[in-house]
Design a protein around this ligand. Structure first.
Ligand SMILES: Cc1ncc(C[n+]2csc(CCO)c2C)c(N)n1
Length: 223
């Protein structure tokens, strides 16, 4: 999955961190069905809280945008997060007897705090590109993971989760976010993006967020 021109460069620059995230033991457990249900539910409850803060980060992106197209793309993501993706968590948890109020009130794990506040700080202390570089591993990594797991399908109780991220709706979102990143980078750095003095810092932001994603899976596995 390339999702545009910038993402493959950031992914390449992240080196082993990308592999550690997208091939994490938690992901392999989703793929072959060996992930314990308790680990999945722990992840889902934390992920609900994660999505609350992620919605805030995309809302921050609306305020950091420079064009109406950028504002529209980020506002649409806020809407999709609050109205679609979080509902999936609510439904799955409800089926296990966990109410939405419990999700909202869940105590955040340190790995969750580290990741979401890192992303928010990238936006507060930096500009639109700093924020997008910190947001990208989350959005595009799940697209890549979903597509890989669906292509190598097993009989797994996590087939719904895989289908959500492998599905055309989500893959379309990933292509749109890839295009948003490409246009934002071109606008601010020009055509020689990788030669820009800002480039190494953007790669570093992407890599840090990637490492925090891997730690988030780890939290699901071990609590
Ligand atoms: C830890 C963690 N990382 C990534 C995602 C996936 N994700 C987060 S926001 C979003 C929609 C577009 O921004 C998607 C698909 C997740 N749920 N939890």
């Amino acid at each position: 999955m390339s999702y545009g021109a910038t993402f493959p460069l950031w992914r390449e620059a992240a080196g082993d961190a990308w592999r550690d995230y997208t091939r994490h033991a938690f992901v392999e457990g989703l793929r072959d069905g060996t992930l314990p249900r308790g680990a999945f539910l722990r992840y889902l409850v934390q992920d609900y809280v994660f999505l609350v803060h992620f919605s805030r980060a995309w809302a921050l992106a609306v305020t950091k945008a420079e064009t109406l197209d950028e504002m529209r793309a980020c506002a649409a993501t806020v809407h999709a997060l609050l109205d679609d993706e979080m509902r999936l968590h609510v439904r799955t948890c409800a089926a296990e007897g966990i109410a939405e109020a419990d999700l909202f009130a869940a105590r955040e794990a340190p790995q969750n705090i580290a990741y979401t506040r890192y992303v928010l700080d990238a936006g507060h202390s930096g500009d639109f590109l700093d924020l997008l570089a910190a947001l990208a591993p989350c959005v595009l990594g799940y697209g890549e993971i979903g597509a890989r797991l669906a292509a190598d399908s097993h009989d797994t109780p996590y087939a719904d989760w895989i289908a959500t991220y492998a599905g055309e709706d989500y893959q379309h979102t990933c292509r749109e976010v890839g295009a948003l990143i490409d246009a934002a980078v071109e606008r601010r750095l020009g055509p020689e993006r990788a030669g820009s003095p800002r480039w190494p810092r953007l790669c570093a932001r992407f890599e840090t967020a990637t490492r925090l994603e891997a730690d988030f899976w780890g939290m699901g596995l071990t609590g």
